[in-house]
Ligand binder design. Structure first.
Ligand code: PBG
Length: 338
């Protein structure tokens, strides 16, 4: 390779000189079509603000349907619903997850009836339904999540969500063998067209803090009486190769799309997975990533829109095709108006 020196005429700034040339040589962009909005649901007809996430509201089912119409008009074609389960519907084994009339299933049916083009990515994990807040069913001693018993519950939950009309199910708990197990259950019950978005590389991250407040599982995130922690199933933030192993395993188990979560602190992982798999790749810009930008902007420390847009662009540049982000609606509105 020949080295062209500055004296030899090379000037990098020629390609940055005007808005027109900058646009022309732009390598990446974030379009509304790339985004999925995670939405929080609550029973009843009211909506209420989520204190830990400025600008985010828990929606009733009718409000969700309205939101979906707006999103679609803006070009955002995917939602990922998360329920806030009342305490009296929670139990140690999270049986409410198997209720075909649970809040999420009712919401999916309502959205699919009113706005069928909207893609629904149904989260498959037990944490919204368990009294201890863990993502699975505990063993008798309460010292560990019983992986294989949990798989039965996840398969049942996936079937219920598919029956309600979910386009994709998204197992988010990092149990072993869940993709293969859910694929088999879906196919055996006539849902071979329903896809799987695998939370392949989900880290045991403190950036989920505001989310746990939003779905009401916060008090348990540091472990229950036995000291059981999500670190026994989610990835260690120290590990990189292990994330690629998880992604390749999910691909082998027939996942349709892979995910890395959180996003911005894990761009290296996104790039690693991007380079090792040909599947569409999603990144989840999680609640803590959202709230830190919102909070800093509210204090006047950061320019909200500029930082928001830069964070999304960085995630795309690292290799994500799809971004789950609480900014989806606002970003799409500003994108359309730009
Ligand atoms: C759990 C789940 C979590 C999130 C999505 N699904 C939290 C957790 O593992 O405790 C976090 C999303 C966010 O922080 O925005 N199944």
């Amino acid at each position: 390779m020949s080295f062209q020196s500055f004296e030899g005429g090379l000037r990098m700034r020629r390609l940055r000189a005007s808005e027109s040339i900058r646009r022309m040589v732009r390598e990446n962009e974030v379009r509304p079509e790339h985004l999925i909005l995670p939405v929080f649901l609550m029973d009843g007809n009211d909506s209420e603000p989520v204190a830990s996430m400025p600008g985010v509201t828990r929606l009733s089912v009718p409000a969700l349907v309205e939101k979906c119409r707006k999103l679609l008009a803006l070009g955002v074609c995917g939602i990922a619903p998360f329920p806030k389960t009342p305490d009296d519907k929670k139990s140690p084994a999270g049986e409410e997850s198997a209720n075909p009339d649970c809040l999420v299933c009712r919401a999916i049916r309502a959205v699919k009836a009113a706005v069928p083009e909207m893609l629904i990515f149904a989260d498959i994990a037990l944490d919204p339904y368990t009294t201890h807040g863990h993502d699975g069913i505990l063993n008798a001693a309460g010292t560990d999540v019983d992986n294989d018993t949990t798989l039965d519950a996840l398969a049942q939950m996936a079937l219920n969500n598919a029956r309600a009309g979910a386009d994709f199910v998204a197992p988010s708990d990092m149990m072993d063998g869940r993709i293969a197990r859910i694929r088999k259950a879906l196919d055996a019950n006539g849902f071979s067209r329903v896809g799987i978005l695998a939370y392949s590389a989900k880290y045991a991250s403190a950036f989920y803090g505001p989310f746990r407040e939003a779905v009401g599982s916060r008090k348990k995130d540091s472990g229950n009486v036995t000291g059981l922690t999500k670190k026994t199933y989610q990835l260690s933030p120290a590990n990189r190769r292990e994330a690629v192993r998880e992604a390749l395993l999910d691909e082998a188990e027939c996942a349709d799309m892979l995910m890395v979560k959180p996003a911005l602190p894990y761009l290296d992982i996104l790039r690693d997975v991007r380079e090792r798999s040909l599947l569409p790749l999603a990144a989840y810009q999680v609640s803590g990533e959202y709230s830190q930008i919102k909070a800093a902007a509210q204090l006047g420390f950061l320019d909200y829109k500029a930082v928001r847009d830069e964070s999304l662009l960085a995630i795309r540049r690292a290799g994500a095709d799809i971004i789950l982000t609480y900014f989806a609606e606002e970003y799409a509105r500003d994108f359309r108006n730009a």
